[in-house]
Write a protein that binds this ligand. Sequence first.
Ligand code: PLP
Length: 355
Amino acid sequence: MRLFTVGPVMMYPEILEKSGEQLPYFRTSEFSEMMLESESMVKELMGAAKDSKVAFLTASGTGAMEASVAGFFTSDDRLLVIVGGGFGKRFSEICDVRGIEHDDVVLPFGKRLDASDLEPFGGREYAGMLVNIDETSTGQLYDVRILSEFCRRKGMYLVVDAISSFLADPLDMDADGIDAVIVSSQKALSLAPGLSLVVMSRRIHDERLMKVDSHLYYLDLKHHLKDQERGQTPFTPAVGTLIELNRMLHMVCDMGLEAKIARTAELAAYFRKGAKEMGLRIPGYPLSNAVTPVLFDGDAYDVFEKLRNEHGITVTPSGGDLRGRLLRVGHIGNLSEEDYDALFEALRKVLPARS
Ligand SMILES: *Cc1c(COP(=O)(O)O)cnc(C)c1O
């Protein structure tokens, strides 16, 4: 089985080895120590200040998106949401459900985000901006400096969903002026799904989280942070995935964050070069290292099915309007050049002859 998906992804043998082990009881000092250690590794990898906070949620990434919107903002606020695809739309829908007014910066498919796209919103007041820094549905990587500059100028909090971008693209909370970052286990962390993290700056924690009533129980970030002070969680967490997370964080720290990102970039470049040589079309907007979108003329889903059924290779199909037009090839997880060579070979068999 070869997965070029964006979660779950191919897992590393060091992690798979752990998944087979008996789970321990977790209300123990050993577990707490591990959690505190994970917290400090996460902060380091994210360029987060020492006094930032990390909440570990047993929920998929969307749970952390919802917990963040509910924890930082209320129906008295107005938000600006970057909607360049399915995940931006999700933030927008979360605002709707919470009764939070919002304006959406809508980018039609193929359009790159420029500073001028924000200009029409410059005259209005917003409490914060919500953005999926890699809009995974299209693979566009937004320029965080454009967004943080806008937020800084207007005194807005910047909340970044870096779920597919973390460990694949450079991101530095402090340097990039980000107030909260959302991460999930099944993307570049290459773990089982079901665990997500919210990293918060002291500023958004003190000025927002502590003052806002989230009207949430299970996903209340305040409660999670309170317990994380002693390395615990309010409810039974995904114990096994947290143990695997600790191991993965060690692996990334040992390798070095820059080397980890560089390796992902190298795989992305390897695929993009080969894809172009084959005559595949890749959109021109800036791309995350996590995933490469490939354009088709209506047969994208058929190619996905043939690769899967005839070659045991799974790329990432697209939904909605893009179902026939776009496949996405992932570069996160335990992949190597050899895997891409196998993909190219399969693609040559599956694709109708192209001149
Ligand atoms: C994967 C992903 C999510 C989370 O999706 P879940 O299925 O809830 O884990 C959110 N945002 C982005 C940008 C993603 O890539």
